[in-house]
Design a protein around this ligand. Sequence first.
Ligand code: PMT
Length: 399
Amino acid sequence: MHRLVNKRILLGVTGGIAAYKAADLVRRLQDVGAQVRVVMTQGACEFITPLTMQALSGHPVHTTLLDPTAEAAMGHIELARWADLVLIAPASANFMARLAHGHGNDLLATLCLATGAPIAIAPAMNQQMWADTSTQKNLLILQEKGIKVFGPGSGSQACGEVGSGRMLEPLEIIQHAAEVFDYQLLTGKHVVITAGPTREAIDPVRYITNKSSGKMGFALAEAAAEAGARVTLIAGPVNLPTPSRVDRVDVSRAVDMFEACMKTVEEGCDVFIATAAVADYRPTVTADHKIKKSTEEIHLTLVKNPDIVASVAEHNKRPFTVGFAAETRDVVAYAQAKLVNKKLDMIATNDVSGSNVGFNSDNNALTVIWPGGHKVLPLASKAQIAKQLIELIAIRYKD
Ligand code: PMT
């Protein structure tokens, strides 16, 4: 059920006795890592209180379209954009009819019109209502619109009748909801990304570092999360906000980054992308106090840092391992050598001799190399380059 980790589920609850099961559904969706927000129709509020759903989901429940306080918190358009999936459970016959005919006469119906996310319904109603020709016609219209229909199941009903129209059990609904995300490139995969520079302390106020801003690694983290992956971003000292749905671990020194990476690889991950500009060397000793300006010359002795990406590639739980290469000359030849020497599955190289790509720029251009092939990703924003690289990684990873 990894496919639902971090997924944003907008749960619409409509009026029907099965509304009580929506409470359990909220808990179970959260158990599999989904984020849940609840919208209830007036009919639903007759069966279960918004307070119950608020307590379970941990967020305010939205019930009316024209509620200034709710709009101030998260407006209906924002909610519609927020969702990765709009799941309506239970979906009454009345709601199915309104959805089929594009009504926007309450908050939930309006959200369905306004969202670009997939919509799924879990119908629940009396078996005669389900069998009724109007409901069946509406069902066809909904299916033609691409709306996913989970169930209904059949059996004995709350009204005492037996037949088709029972809402599926929460766990069955969750199973179907997970399948909605199957199309995503990295659904269910754990991707670990390093980003930014490292800082190697000389004394309490001075350090060795480089010009990496973290932009490339953060863009990759965002693209991987968009592709459905669970993402851990291990970041050196940078001044960037954490992309949504990304778990961030902040580190400073190369040895800290090494330890954080080894821990996540040990715990298990599928893809590792080393975007960080890790300092190759660190001062052999870090002075306890600020070094005084007493002599004409001072000499720093440096010792080699562990090579993080090479250690990941040698790990017995080795993920698909992607390195970066920042070069100022013979870009492809040096990158090819790093691909082989560090035993990588893929390397993305950038020419950092100019200022329009690579370090600290908003743009980049890469040559991506793997054993037996390569692809050039021409100059574009780091967000676009990241998307293209994630697509390439997903294809090569699955091969
Ligand atoms: O952060 P930005 O400002 O957006 O800039 C992006 C970038 C230029 C930093 C990025 O695109 C990039 O090229 N990252 C790699 C920089 C680098 O250190 O390259 P390298 O050729 O020195 O190292 C090769 C590979 O080994 C890299 O994947 C690096 O993360 C890894 N490495 C290096 C040394 C070390 N001790 N451990 C490592 O894992």
